[in-house]
Design a protein. Structure first.
Length: 316
């Protein structure tokens, strides 16, 4: 017997494109980290395997110079490297009965869908944030006037303060000296800050209304400080780092920080069994995220420049 949306007793999952589209539209404005990922253009879709290979081009290994008329043109090498992004299944669901749906005062399917949209946002943003937090560059606010950096992925000091305007300047300078490109070829780096981290710099921030129209603002963007557009986050980044567990976490980054690969976009699915008496509503997708550049794996020219794109503000 064919499986039909209107015939609950046939069982199996059948999802509604209308619900799926509605779910994506509802969740999209809620993301903080996802708005900053780069979308992989290769290896998407079904029957393409679970690994997406993305290409990365380095700078030429030796810069150009002045030429002498009688000498031949110097010839150098532009190296390429690749990264791998593994996609996985993500999802969550809610089971309920026909009796509950029939007798409840509220539209339970609508309520469950709203809860699943929130869970989808939380789950995906957490997976992406984890990649930002895996940066090799670590920064610790040893004080509001001093910032200590490491480049091996491990913070070695304990934070004694929330980051200040001075610490933000230190972090932006560190990205600049590391030759990290600014976000999307623009004039800014991006900073995502926890509540405590944002409070430490808020008094020095240029209000976003002074430089960006509403349609060009990022979700939860607060303002600009020293060429870093600052975005607030209150769900994933810690507010209990450092001495006494009182200080905030943050990430600052430039272009090509984290890449996203999607084999199956997230969608809402519905399943009915036991002649319609037992029902499940769930969100499901097959996708993955990976830090695009790595200071160790990708520095084929051994310069340490223009490779790592993220500074993770944390504490030992």
């Amino acid at each position: 017997m064919a499986q039909l949306w209107l015939t609950n007793s046939t069982g199996g999952y059948l999802y509604s494109p209308k619900l799926s589209k509605q779910m994506r539209e509802q969740s999209a404005p809620m993301f903080i980290f996802r708005q900053f990922v780069d979308i992989s253009e290769k290896g998407l879709g079904a029957q393409a395997g679970d690994r997406v290979i993305f290409d990365k081009q380095l700078r030429i290994d030796t810069r150009g110079t002045t030429l002498v008329e009688t000498t031949t043109m110097p010839k150098n090498t532009i190296k390429f490297t690749t990264g791998t992004n593994v996609v996985n299944e993500y999802g969550n669901g809610v089971s309920y009965t026909q009796k509950l749906e029939t007798l409840a005062e509220f539209n339970m399917k609508d309520r469950f869908q709203k809860g699943l949209v929130q869970d989808q946002k939380d789950t995906i943003d957490l997976a992406i944030a984890t990649k930002f937090q895996s940066a090799k560059f670590k920064a610790v606010a040893s004080s509001t006037a001093s910032t200590v950096f490491t480049s091996n992925g491990t913070a070695t000091l304990t934070a004694t303060a929330n980051i200040s305007d001075k610490n933000v300047r230190d972090i932006v300078d560190y990205l600049m000296k590391s030759q990290a490109p600014k976000f999307k070829g623009g004039d800014f780096f991006i900073g995502i800050l926890s509540v405590n981290s944002m409070r430490g710099v808020y008094d020095y921030v240029q209000a976003v209304a002074q430089y960006a129209e509403p349609e060009f603002r990022f979700k939860n963007e607060v303002g600009n400080l020293y060429s870093a557009r600052l975005v607030g986050e209150n769900n994933i980044l810690s507010n209990s780092k450092g001495s006494g567990g009182n200080f905030g976490e943050a990430v600052f980054f430039g272009d090509e920080a984290v890449v996203e690969s999607v084999a199956l976009p997230e969608e809402l699915r519905y399943e009915s069994t036991d002649v319609g008496r037992s029902q499940t509503l769930a969100w499901y997708g097959i996708m993955g995220w990976e830090k695009m550049w790595d200071l160790v794996a990708d520095d084929l020219n051994s310069t340490g420049k223009g490779i790592e794109r993220i500074v993770h503000v944390t504490s030992a």
